[in-house]
Design a protein around this ligand. Structure first.
Ligand code: AQP
Length: 351
């Protein structure tokens, strides 16, 4: 089976964007793939985190994975910092990736803001750690939201440069795998990862601004639906969601240049597991005052069981920590087998 890797940062409340763009898709891939799902705490500390909050959030993201339906026995769930080979390979990749490549990353520009001199070196090097997360398992498929597209392209560039820089050594050691790069067949060590940016909601937008993605760090809690929000909070946020004065169109074309309206239709379609066309066939011609309560009811029906299960799982810290420990041990064995070969390829004496 193809190997999937993906991660979520423990940096605050998980929201509907994280769920629809990532976690729900992690669940769907479990039958057809071997999956490694990681709570990326080393990524979280690229920006300041209160230590006690970080530990709490790490357990909470784990609980969300399990509550959504990820099976930690058939697959692997762990927190990144337990498997030190992620950080080790990230260092090797820091020496493979170029400053210019990282300087072009839009996430760094957004998160560093104007005060770039004061951003952590870790925030700048975030994408090399992400490449290491994936490639330390030589994973081939990575389900993520649309905002991670650029980082996954960089992951491919790093894999390709490593394969090129060390091509003779990889061949001498017989550690290469035949792969296609464009029309060319090459012998590489790291696979060129396929991003899986799919599903009905790869980019859920803020409820307050249809041009901004829904995000944990948005100062307005009204901009997002948190997975742990209760029914009242969900209804209030959807009622207050920004819309334009026109009602719902009957055809997709009618959503053009109406990002807030489109976002609400996307949310309904994704939660109901149907298409935007079908949503418009049902609600076209109606006002948002009629559509919003239907969307709120649907969101509550889908999210309340997950929130309840998250609470139940979170209350058993021993169980959650045990899942992470067990997952970390299994991931560590896989990571070390690959890292040992990387050390040999690069010329880092070990053994
Ligand atoms: N709005 C979104 N729509 C669809 N997918 C999304 N993801 C995040 N936001 C949306 C996907 O969720 C996964 C985990 O994200 P992350 O925790 O690693 O961090 P992020 O992308 O930085 O998420 P946030 O919530 O937006 O945090 P901040 O506010 O810190 O930027 C990823 O697969 C991501 O694509």
């Amino acid at each position: 089976k193809p190997l999937v890797f993906s991660g979520v940062q423990p940096t605050g409340n998980l929201h509907l964007g994280n769920y629809l763009g990532a976690i729900r898709r992690f669940v769907a891939l479990q039958d057809s793939h071997d999956c490694i799902y990681c709570v990326v705490d080393l990524h979280a500390i690229t920006q300041w985190q209160e230590p006690a909050e970080l530990i709490k959030a790490t357990r909470e993201v784990t609980a969300a994975f399990l509550a959504a339906g990820i099976d930690p026995k058939k697959h692997i769930v762990f927190n990144q910092s337990r498997v030190i080979q992620h950080a080790e390979l990230a260092w090797v990749f820091n020496c493979v990736a170029r400053m210019g490549w990282l300087s072009r990353m839009t996430q760094f520009k957004e998160k560093a803001g104007k005060d770039r001199e004061n951003a952590s070196v870790g925030l700048f090097a975030y994408p090399t750690l992400m490449a290491a997360d994936i490639l330390v398992y030589r994973a081939t498929h990575v389900p993520v939201g649309d905002d991670q597209k650029q980082h996954l392209e960089l992951t491919r560039d790093i894999a390709q440069k490593f394969n090129n820089d060390f091509s003779d050594r990889i061949a001498d050691l017989g550690m290469g795998v035949e792969m296609k790069v464009g029309e060319e067949k090459v012998n590489g060590f790291f696979p060129l990862t396929e991003p899986l940016i799919e599903g009905p909601a790869p980019r859920v937008m803020s409820l307050r601004d249809g041009l901004k993605k829904m995000s944990k760090s948005d100062p307005s809690d009204l901009s997002r639906i948190n997975l742990t929000d209760d029914a009242d909070a969900i209804s209030k946020k959807i009622r207050k969601a920004k819309t334009d004065p026109a009602g719902l169109p009957s055809e997709i074309d009618g959503l053009k240049d109406r990002p807030e309206a489109e976002n609400l239709v996307v949310l309904y379609a994704a939660l109901a597991e149907t298409s935007k066309e079908k949503v418009l066939a049902e609600f076209g011609g109606q006002q948002f005052s009629a559509f919003k309560p239907a969307l709120a009811d649907l969101a509550v029906a889908k999210l309340a069981p997950i929130a309840a299960e998250m609470r139940r799982i979170s209350s058993d810290e021993t169980y959650v920590d045990g899942v992470l420990r067990d997952g970390g041990e299994r991931a560590g064995v896989m990571a070390e087998a690959n890292m040992k070969m990387v050390r040999d390829i690069v010329g880092l004496l070990n053994g």
